[in-house]
Design a protein around this ligand. Structure first.
Ligand code: DGP
Length: 118
């Protein structure tokens, strides 16, 4: 069994977060350390540690994460200008919290996808 993270406590509302959306499959809340004017995390309610751990059973949840992202982008007023959806996996991906999450970033031009190497 994977270890719970702080995100499980946010889902259960045991610790505060600015929750923007919640249903039986997913929860969305504002990132505590925003990297853009809009920075929202969309997560499965079920603990899936990383993108490596998704299974066919999770496909409806993963699809819901995307439809909720589109809905929230519209709600935030960033849909037309555009935004970025991002999932970090493990060490090289820069994952810090081991509960799968999709970042929704927007509200300014976000620049190239990866920092350029020197
Ligand atoms: P990642 O590097 O992809 O694992 O991103 C983890 C994100 O989670 C990071 O942008 C900060 C955010 N985060 C970490 N702890 C908390 C928390 O307690 N509350 C909220 N709202 N966000 C958190």
């Amino acid at each position: 069994m994977a270890e719970e993270t702080i995100f499980s406590k946010i889902i259960r509302k045991e610790i505060p977060a600015q929750i923007l959306y919640q249903d039986e499959l997913v929860t969305a809340f504002r990132d505590i350390n925003p990297q853009a004017p809009t920075h929202i995390l969309i997560i499965p309610n079920k603990l899936i540690p990383t993108a490596n751990d998704v299974t066919a059973e999770d496909e409806s949840t993963l699809g819901r994460m995307l439809t909720v992202a589109a809905k929230l982008a519209a709600q935030e007023g960033i849909a037309a200008d555009g935004y970025r959806l991002m999932i970090n996996c493990n060490r090289h991906g820069g994952q810090e919290v081991y509960h799968l999450h999709m970042h929704l970033l927007g509200g300014r031009p976000l620049g190239p996808m990866l920092a350029r190497r020197e």
